[in-house]
Design a protein around this ligand. Structure first.
Ligand code: PBG
Length: 326
């Protein structure tokens, strides 16, 4: 009997054969590494739910940046934890706010490293919401004003890219206009366009100390059940001038990453968030998963799904492991 079938295994016969036909690759340039800068002195505190991730004060920044450069990371995403919080998040747009200071320091001592400033208020507000609060409501247009002030002060400090994560409507239009008016026409906006109201942010809220003090973020972040809503968000952000689109979280939303890649002609960024990191770390610590293999598989899967760039807490490890494999 003559069977008719295809021999797919021909292209899997050896390591070199597999390398020859590999479709997607990870590179150091693909990664953006988040940093948590803590206002104060002599602080280098590991986030308990994110082993290997530290909140650091400015006096530890130099050593941290040297380590980042040594690993070959080219871009960092800055989050700040201010010493004082208030109703309107004043430290987010203060000239000497923690992110502004850290940005100035990095651009002075490590000028080639791209500084991406997260533009949000939740780490700076006493109520932990990403905008101005009135009663139990998060006000949209009133928040835009403060977000513009934040973005402009971050640009003034030297940030290379502004990354608004607050999910107020019109934040790209407002920030673009504000940056242009202040003379920062060359600074791109990396919009957290497609950001879901996700439980996977849990460990981040410990790291950034920005958990909402009442309610949740469901009136401004997206419903995890929705797909078409992602198109609406991305369409308006691109129309308003977004230069990059972020999809967040990563792993449970790879279908959305593919949708964005197929439909928008700007670089697509995936945010491999804190909860995804924590799950792999916990399983690895228990000996249940091989950390290196799992992380590299997950990250290349994100590229296969259509991500051009990956924001990930695994960046240092991943780059080290990729070098080992060469
Ligand atoms: C701030 C912000 C959050 C994250 C990034 N920026 C938390 C949130 O929206 O509650 C989450 C990142 C992570 O989980 O790694 N708005």
């Amino acid at each position: 009997m003559q069977l008719q079938f295809s021999r797919h295994r021909k292209l899997r016969s050896s390591a070199n054969m597999r390398a020859l036909v590999r479709e997607n690759h990870l590179r150091a340039e693909d990664f953006i590494y988040p940093l948590f800068i803590y206002e104060g002195e002599n602080i280098r505190k590991e986030v308990s739910s994110m082993p290997g991730v530290f909140q650091i004060s400015m006096d530890h920044l130099h050593a941290e940046m040297e380590d980042i450069v040594a690993h070959g990371i080219k871009a960092v995403l800055l989050f700040g934890i201010p010493a004082t919080k208030d109703e309107c998040g004043g430290q987010a747009y203060h000239d000497h706010g923690i992110v502004q200071e850290a940005t100035r320091y990095i651009k002075k001592h490590f000028p080639d490293i791209l500084v991406i400033a997260d533009t949000c208020l939740c780490e700076y507000t006493s109520h932990g919401h990403c905008g101005v609060v009135k009663g139990e409501k998060i006000l949209n247009d009133e928040s835009l004003e403060l977000l513009v002030k934040t973005a402009v002060s971050q640009a003034q400090a030297g940030a290379d890219i502004i990354a608004p994560s607050n999910m107020m409507d019109g934040f790209v239009a407002a920030i673009r206009a504000g940056l242009d008016e202040a003379g920062f026409t060359e600074i791109p906006i990396m919009s957290y366009a497609v950001k879901y109201a996700s439980s996977f942010y849990g460990p981040f809220r410990e790291a950034a100390e920005g958990a909402p003090q009442f309610g949740d973020r469901k009136t401004y972040q997206m419903d995890p059940a929705n797909r078409l809503e992602a198109f609406r968000e991305a369409e308006s952000d691109v129309a308003e001038g977004a230069d990059f689109l972020i999809v967040k979280p990563g792993m449970p939303y790879l279908d959305i990453v593919r949708d964005m890649k197929n439909n928008f002609n700007v670089p697509i960024v995936i945010y491999n968030v804190s909860g995804e990191y924590a799950m792999i770390k916990a399983a690895a610590q228990n000996g249940w998963l091989d950390e290196k293999k799992t992380v590299l598989e997950m990250l290349v899967g994100m590229k296969r799904a259509g991500a051009d760039l990956i924001i990930t807490y695994h960046a240092k490890d991943a780059i080290r492991w990729l070098k080992e494999e060469q």
